[in-house]
Design a protein around this ligand. Structure first.
Ligand code: SF4
Length: 154
């Protein structure tokens, strides 16, 4: 934990954002070879549709044909409908960084954590839910900070 904090502080100071494995003695670039072999034996990659992002090549898994007898999709004849955004919801643009939640016309007016329209507002870690909870507070702190900065240096 301390090492991760040190690495993050260095990255901030050097303005050098990066993804770094701070736990190399336990986590290798190749991952857990044995676990990967077992998973590869049971699952194979498949193109998968992600809400707001569309189909991404080989981004999902399916049970291999030889394990079809325990594949819930086949055993229970499950058809998973394509995930589509509710009308007016901009989760796709938010997930891809094209918009921030307050730019969605439904944000706070119609879409709230108690009555969410889209998935980004549903769980507490959803982007819209986080903005709903913290955006005003952060804006207030930023404005206060800039006023203090202005006072100190002017
Ligand atoms: S505020 Fe609601 S409707 Fe708008 S993008 Fe977020 S989840 Fe979708």
């Amino acid at each position: 934990m301390m090492q991760a904090i040190r690495i993050l502080i260095e990255q901030i100071e050097e303005n050098r954002p990066a993804l770094i494995n701070a736990y190399q003695r336990a986590v290798t670039r190749q991952g857990n070879k044995k676990a990967r072999e077992i998973l590869d034996g049971v699952f194979e990659k498949r193109d998968t549709a992600w809400r707001g992002l569309g189909i991404i090549r080989e981004s999902g898994l399916r049970v291999r044909e030889e394990y079809g007898n325990i594949d819930a999709e086949k055993v229970f004849y499950i058809e998973i409908p394509e995930a589509s955004e509710p009308e007016g919801c901009s989760c796709g643009d938010i997930l891809t960084g094209l918009m921030i939640p307050p730019e969605c016309p439904l944000f706070k007016r119609i879409c709230t954590p108690i009555d969410p329209v889209g998935p980004c507002m549903v769980s507490s870690e959803g982007t819209c839910a986080a903005y709903y909870r913290y955006y005003d507070k952060v804006q207030g702190l930023l404005q206060r900070g800039s006023r203090l900065e202005h006072t100190e240096y002017s």
